[in-house]
Design a protein around this ligand. Sequence first.
Ligand SMILES: [Zn+2]
Length: 324
Amino acid sequence: MGRPDDCEGGWLGLATIPLEEKLVSFFKSEKYRELLREAAVRKKRSIPVEFNDLIKFDETFARNLVASPNNLLGVLNRACLRQLQIEDPEYAASVPVFAARIISLPTATPIREVRSEHLRKLVMVDGMISKASAVKPILKKGVFRCRYCGMTQMVEQASHRVSMPEACLDKTCRGSRRPSFELVPEESTYIDYQVIGVQEKPEDLPPGQLPRVIEVRAKDDLVDVARPGDRVIVVGVVDSVQERTVESPLRTFKIYLDAVSIEPASKEPQAVHISSEDEKLFKKMAEDPFIINKLVESIAPSIYGLDHIKKAILLLLVGGRSKT
Ligand SMILES: [Zn+2]
């Protein structure tokens, strides 16, 4: 997802070729072939990949993916695109990017426990979206024109800052020694970008604590998949940006999550099952003339008094009717 795929070079650059071949066979299973075909029909730019399926396919790869996702996610995405090229070559040629979005890691990390030890690792957090920025385009492939001779070059963008070509390719041009380039916006390609805040769920909060928020950066088709107030499960790579004063960078870094997948979490009320015993109990409770006081007392019991406010909250929770 706009990350440097295998720019580390070295052993990984060499080792990725057989790995990529191997991963293509992962996408040849009936389940993923069907998902790829469906993606092509619906013009989607990604498919969900269950982490469990990866464990069954190659446990070492799955474990390495969690430990160093920045290199391996790129390999997985390329393998996925290659199978898409087989399933639907026409559609594969028309998409600028195609992603395999990892979902359902075995364990979720509580938002308040994301620390420096998780840096550049794959984690899953669940929470509630507290805010979402406007969607803006971010440069994916920049086309730059040499200011001397007008020759253009394309540079894939991976870091936070714009990467420019190093020198003009024409050896006779002044730009090959003293490079000077300008961006050609209309020939460059962009993807959508949005910053969302994911907040701890109220039920996960230690008593009397304020919820914490983690910044999640969403790109391409992950933009606007959920709105503020929605519960989501986010799988992403923990990353950091260096904090800085006006003059100089600081030693501290701000943590954020580079989203790999964002899934809406099912709303809990649907999961509540009411048995006939429960029903009997509810009816018995309803006969109690002091039931309202009991319910008021059970709202935020750690907060003393304020019964009139608790009563108002209770009535808001159970009363009213939807607008027609
Ligand atoms: Zn030039």
